[in-house]
Design a binder for this molecule. Structure first.
Ligand code: SF4
Length: 470
């Protein structure tokens, strides 16, 4: 049953019903509501773990489990989860685990290229509206066909990064050579085909590793491999249906959509697993300029992020191609039920004095960081009063009464703005102009209406700012 169709009552009926509060909630119904929203796990209800509730636990687990299995790759604090999704479209509920981005290396690369790629993987970070966006995994491909060479590459990679690994070799002997080096670190192994599935399944069981079922351009065979692996006792599976270069982009969107649609809406057996995408397929096309390969790779990555890959294998390592990918991913995988917000506070910008301007904004993260960056880049000394708008932007907050004259007056008082400046003049965003009179009345401060867009703050201040208007 898709997550959005579950009701707390259905879940409540299967809980112990004693309202003992051990889970931290005041009663079982409150805990049931949290379970339905996936804000709590069954294990937090300790009484439910008792033997007498074993059948209830099993039924609840079955009701609450995601349509796409969550598969963990790596161990300890470096582990990541791929999959674990409940719905096809984010607005139906939310997505939970953003697609991991794996940087590609091979066992035939020069030492310099091999190491450079791993340094990019380790060090790439971009702060976006308060979140540190990073890369996630290393994809180690055997292109030499030589088990010893592959093992050496895996060993070297293991020394250079703590990020989880995907080992790619379709010869089980080569795969095992890599697993002998890092098998205890739970790498994702790629992969089981219709020809080698039994040997690869044996390796997955021996090393307790998740395994990729691989069948390019043949979805029936892909499903058949997954079902066979299941029967063989493999629990953690991912599916790789093969990725096409950009000229066959519609094949990519069709393939990944069919797989995810059938897993979630049809609950089709053998398909409820994370999907592997390989935008690096763009590099198989001979272009005159490799920039075109990287450009095409970024395009495929963008499409597969939206439709519905859970892990992306990327070959290009330029900042201009990686940055849009991680930002798109971050935007798609934020929880639409909870606006991204920052803490309400009075932020000191630069080195203000008692005559410096006081500007107002809301605590929607995107709004806050845009305004703060515009002020910072213009080297303005002043105060930025961040009002709690429940994470809404200025216009929505005013329309939805999440930012009111009362809340602004309260913020001025709570954050002791009067102790910071001698004047009593606050600049409000142009999009909240209609509150100016009310704010003046509630707070006793003069109100100046600033620009509609924060990029206009520097010129507004130089042309119009007067701390002591007549
Ligand atoms: S711990 Fe379990 S039984 Fe106790 S209140 Fe929470 S849900 Fe109910």
């Amino acid at each position: 049953m898709p997550a959005k169709e579950l009701s707390p009552i259905e879940i409540y009926k299967l809980l112990p019903g004693t309202s003992c509060k051990e889970c931290g909630e005041t009663n079982c119904m409150a805990f049931a509501a949290k379970l339905v929203n996936r804000e709590a796990t069954l294990e937090e209800c300790k009484p439910l773990l008792e033997e007498k509730y074993a059948d209830n636990f099993a039924e609840l687990w079955s009701l609450l489990k995601p349509a796409v299995k969550a598969v963990e790759v790596g161990v300890g604090e470096n582990a990541i989860t791929i999959g674990g999704e409940y719905v096809l479209y984010r607005h139906d509920f939310t997505y939970f685990h953003q697609p991991a981005i794996a940087i590609d290396v091979t066992d035939e690369m020069s030492d310099e290229e091999f190491e450079t790629r791993i340094h990019v993987l380790n060090d790439f970070a971009y702060n976006y509206i308060g979140m540190d966006l990073t890369l996630d995994m290393l994809n180690i491909r055997c292109t030499s066909g030589d088990p010893q060479k592959f093992a050496e590459a895996v060993k070297k990679a293991d020394e250079l990064t703590r990020k989880p690994l995907m080992l790619v070799a379709h010869n089980p002997v080569v795969l095992e050579a890599g697993l002998e080096v890092v098998g205890e670190k739970r790498p994702l192994i790629h992969g089981a085909t219709k020809d080698n599935w039994k040997e690869v399944a044996e390796l997955a069981l021996k090393y307790s590793c998740p395994v990729v079922a691989y069948s390019p351009s043949d979805l029936d065979t892909l499903k058949s491999i997954a079902l066979t692996l299941e029967e063989y006792g493999i629990k953690d599976i991912a599916l790789d249906p093969g990725t096409q270069p950009t000229e066959y982009m519609s094949v990519n969107t069709d393939t990944y959509t069919i797989l995810r649609w059938n897993a979630i809406n049809e609950e089709e057996k053998g398909l409820g697993y994370p999907l592997i995408g390989a935008p690096m397929a763009a590099w198989a096309v001979e272009e005159e300029d490799p920039v075109l390969n990287e450009w095409n790779e970024a395009v495929i990555a963008g499409v597969l992020t939206a439709r519905f890959a859970d892990l992306l294998v990327i070959h290009g390592i330029s900042g201009w191609s990686l940055l849009p990918q991680i930002i798109l991913r971050s935007n798609l995988y934020t929880d639409p039920r909870k606006p991204v917000s920052v803490e309400p506070e009075l932020v000191i910008m630069g080195t203000p004095d008692e005559n410096s301007p006081v500007l107002l904004t809301t605590n929607f993260a995107l709004t806050y960081y845009t305004v703060a960056n515009d002020i910072e880049n213009a080297k303005i000394n002043g105060y930025l009063l961040v009002v709690d708008s429940e994470g809404m932007s200025v216009e929505s907050a005013v329309a939805g009464r999440k930012m009111t004259a009362e809340s602004v007056a309260e913020a001025i008082k709570d954050f002791k703005v009067e102790d910071m400046v001698k004047h009593r003049n606050i600049i409000i965003p142009g999009r909240s102009a209609r509150l100016s009179g009310e704010i003046q009345e509630e707070s006793g401060w003069s109100v100046s209406v600033g620009p509609l867009d924060s990029s206009g703050i520097p010129s507004y201040l130089s042309e119009k700012w007067n701390p002591y208007p007549e």
